[in-house]
Design a protein around this ligand. Sequence first.
Ligand code: UDP
Ligand code: MG
Length: 149
Amino acid sequence: MDRTFVMVKPDGVQRGLVGEIVSRFEAKGLKIAGAKLEILPEERVVEQYREHLEKPFFPGLKVYIMSGPCFLMAWEGKGAVAVVRRMIGATNPAEAAPGSIRGDFALDIGRNVIHASDSPESAVRELGIHFAPGELVEYSKIDEPVLYE
Ligand code: UDP
Ligand code: MG
């Protein structure tokens, strides 16, 4: 099964959106494989956003991500990476489709509530940055026979 890395950013945690966001992924049929609340150390923020290090928004992004606890998750399911990217919506919440998480809960590109891996390769990389192998749990869920054909 595909796994993806998802993170409620500090604005989402402070605004009390963790439960709503977890509910959406559960309702979709995805299976939670790991979760934790953490204030990220600088080196993991830099590693996660390494493609953006030279971008003008990076210093502000780093301060924002480290401004409070993030809620880190691993979600599993058929096509999980692409499915979750569609569920979080476009990077700029002003353009994100209504019904998506960013479309429903955010207004500003610099406070867009949630992160999710953008490809299967990034998912493996990002899960490796944030979770030790023992923190990801393998188990079967009783709804699987009715979720998948
Ligand atoms: N970001 C920003 N200003 C920008 C572009 C991006 O603050 O002009 C932040 C925003 O938090 C975004 C993150 O940098 O989620 C990573 O940008 P990316 O383009 O990878 O968007 P994402 O993959 O999160 O949709
Ligand atoms: Mg990205």
